[in-house]
Design a protein around this ligand. Sequence first.
Ligand code: BDR
Ligand code: CA
Length: 345
Amino acid sequence: MPVFADVDTGVDDAMALAYLFASPDAHVVGIASTAGNVPVAQVSINNLGLLELFGIDDVPVSEGAPVPLSIPLRTAEDTHGPEGLGYARLPETDRSLTPYDAAHAWVAAAREYPGELLGLVTGPLTNLALALRLEPALPRLLRRLVIMGGAFDYRGNTTPVAEWNTHVDPEAAAEVFAVWGAAWGLSTPTHLPIVLGLNLTENVAMTPSILGRLAAAAGSPSAQLSVLDDRGTPSAAANPLIRVLEDAMRFYFEFHFDQGEGYLAHLHDPLAAAVALDPDLVRYQSATVDVELTGTLTRGMTVADWRGHWGREHNAHIGVEVDPAAFFERFIERVGPFARGVGHR
Ligand code: BDR
Ligand code: CA
């Protein structure tokens, strides 16, 4: 299945990319770098560095807009580390970006695989909104779109009500949901975008013990990460991918710990990647989604009209239930063997 991944890499975005490249049923045809967790130039460095680490050639990486549609960029180095990958260091690479930007890359990929392409967005919706301006037929060209973003009847992680990806570029998110509402409507409910918000993704918590299972599946067991370790203790794993994932996850664990969530980390974006390939991992409820753009306290909030108060067509399938154990089993069974091959490809 051809997949186009739009990411703001980011610790969990990196895990999502690892999952896609580890999946035999996925053919990643392009990566878009979107400004979000870190500035877009750093996102591109991270995406190119990950491809170098994975030993994957011939996947174009396209850089997107440096700023959201109409507000300055806000980044999240506190969550993802100064360069976006926690304590991890990626290999140097002489790989380069495409001469065209991320919005054009979206459109080109959709036109190349009409009716087949799986679109995945795990960052702000800036570049998808720009792509929809370039090609209004984009919703009909895609086979499926999966968006990690929002929080439905659930608290935010950036403001009391706003989730990070939507908070960074609320205008872009509003534009994307408006386009889908107009493009599809109730007559083609299967083509509505799948939207996974914090209400769903916060059920998927990576822990030191699950990370240990991944390292073992990669044939690279190492000391289990612990809340008692010195902060920033480097991974001793022999496998280069496991080393990067452990060093990235340690930072993410520490961030979640400091937030009072425990020594764990929510894998928002890997769940979205897994759902792009297999939507049956999640149960959905469709609704009309819009984004609050003017509220003085609630800007960036995703509002789902479950009961038709607005009288507007549904424009999203919202994830409402997931089996985290099934997700982690699949994650380990794919990324473990993939990691074994890293350094040998
Ligand atoms: C989202 O925000 C980012 O920090 C993560 O990468 C994820 O995409 C969760 O709110
Ligand atoms: Ca992300």
